[in-house]
Write a protein that binds this ligand. Structure first.
Ligand code: URP
Ligand code: ZN
Ligand code: ZN
Ligand code: ZN
Length: 467
């Protein structure tokens, strides 16, 4: 016998449609959708009815860029897979794609096994992995083929962080050539790390040690230059390219130009670049350290280009790059030397709400909200239509969202394992009410009803967004 749930009376929103409709769920999947009040919908019987009158019924968010427990700068991102996926669910996200890390001198397999072990049995929602490639060599290149076959179909490379994750242009070209053959998607951290390290050294020598100098040395031009170089290398290799955490107007321009030429070049931005700025990095008493991430926050003037890119589809995805470090004991490692502040911001719980606020503020439409936060990340990383939409056959990852509820974001009330909120005191309209993951309750009327271990590893197909 199957278990049936019906969600009645809400406004069902997908990337393509808005419809006052009832949604029938059978076990783990969506079975049918029918306009509210029609004989088809009225005929459904179910063990459970969720009344969504006045609410939105949306697909669970797909956050394609998180770093639970990431080792960085001598410490670890403070959310575990358990705490981080629980917080994600609170914020209406039902799938994350995290980054397994290859250590230099080790195999991709070792890195992937280690990350699988960290996540296994811990997650409240479904998850997949990208692979960070830190050491391109003949063995790594062969392993990439195997990983693509297994469902790890995207690989992050870094033009930044020399001596840690950094790849030179030759290593990047080789990985791109390989991905052109095996169907993998290269995700690029596009900043000229070699040049940045020179500027860091010079700034510190001048006694410029405060967090705000992190933003000054990691120049927009060096993001643009790296973005341009990555695009050209991808073009030479005949490979698609996805640029992560795009923050600078000049980098968006590079993506737009490449897309105008018809290249398979894609861009992601993050809520911190849309809502925060160098004003935050300049907060006194070392508070600016809370906002240190790379690419860095930019002057406010850059935000317009990011919103525009999201409307024109020169940027396709908003992910969080969730990589939390506590202020006390972690961000503080960089007192007196901004280059020692662990890089990363918390946000996995805030993304869907901040983007809904963007709907309220008139930056994007409701359907575009779902497209950039659910459908396109699912397509980009080979999870569609299982994830990212509400359609018969899709996983029943569904959020009942109250578009009128008001909230104030705060570390006092959030569920991420981090001692501050990057959005402390920010008022937003809209709030998650109920979250289902494969038909099971994770959040019920704003109470956590999920469990660690419900979330399962989800292998992915190759990119479904190519021209
Ligand atoms: O500052 C950031 N973004 N930390 C996470 C690692 C990365 O580069 O994505
Ligand atoms: Zn309505
Ligand atoms: Zn990065
Ligand atoms: Zn990241």
């Amino acid at each position: 016998m199957s278990t049936r749930t019906v969600i009645r009376g809400g406004l069902v929103i997908t990337a393509s449609d808005e419809l006052h409709a009832d949604v029938l769920i059978e076990d783990t999947r969506i079975a049918a959708i029918a306009a509210t009040g029609t004989p088809a919908a009225e005929a459904w019987t179910a063990e459970r009815t969720i009344d969504a009158t006045g609410k939105y019924v949306i697909p669970g968010g797909v956050d394609a860029h998180t770093h639970m427990e990431l080792p960085f700068g001598g410490t670890f991102a403070s959310d575990t897979f358990e705490t981080g996926t629980r917080a994600a669910a609170w914020g209406g996200t039902t799938t994350i794609i995290d980054f397994a890390v290859q250590s230099v001198g080790r195999s991709l397999r070792e890195g992937l096994d280690a990350w699988n072990a960290k996540a296994d049995g811990k997650c409240a929602i479904d998850y997949g992995f990208h692979m960070i490639v830190s050491d391109v060599n003949q063995d790594t290149l062969k392993e990439m083929d195997l990983l693509v076959e297994e469902g790890v179909t995207s690989f992050k490379q870094f033009m930044a962080y020399p001596g840690v994750f950094y790849s030179d242009d030759g290593q990047i070209l080789r990985a791109m050539q390989r991905s052109a053959e095996n169907g993998g998607l290269i995700m690029m951290h596009a900043e000229n790390g070699i040049a940045i390290d020179v500027l860091v050294e010079q700034a510190l020598a001048r006694g410029e040690t405060d967090p705000r100098y992190h933003g000054e040395v990691r120049k927009a031009l060096l993001e643009a230059e790296a973005t341009h170089r990555a695009i050209k290398l991808a073009q030479v290799a005949g490979a698609p390219l996805y640029v992560v955490h795009v923050s600078a107007t000049e980098a968006v321009a590079e993506l737009a130009r490449a897309r105008d030429e018809g290249l398979n070049v894609f861009g992601e931005t993050c809520p911190q670049y849309l809502f925060l700025s160098t004003d935050n990095l300049a907060e006194p008493d070392f508070e600016g350290a809370k906002y240190v991430c790379s690419t860095p926050l930019r002057p406010k003037e850059h935000q317009a280009a990011l919103w525009r890119g999201l409307r024109t589809n020169d940027l396709q995805v908003v992910s969080t790059d969730h990589c939390p470090f506590c202020f006390v004991g972690q961000k503080e490692l960089g007192r007196g030397d901004f280059s020692k502040i662990p890089n990363g911001l918390p946000g996995v719980e805030n993304r869907m709400d901040l983007l809904h606020q963007a709907v309220v503020d008139g930056h994007i439409s409701r359907r575009r909200w779902i497209e950039i936060a659910c459908a396109t990340p699912a397509r980009m990383f080979g999870l569609y239509p299982k994830k990212g939409t509400i359609a018969p056959g899709a996983d029943a990852d569904v959020v009942v969202y109250d578009p009128h509820a008001e909230q104030i974001m705060s570390a006092e009330t959030h569920h991420m394992n981090v001692d501050y909120s990057a959005y402390e005191g920010r008022r937003t309209t809209g709030r998650v009410e109920t979250v289902l993951s494969r038909g099971e309750d994770v959040i019920t009327d704003r109470k956590f009803t999920g469990r660690a271990g419900h979330g399962s590893y989800t292998p992915r197909s190759t990119c479904q967004y190519l021209l």
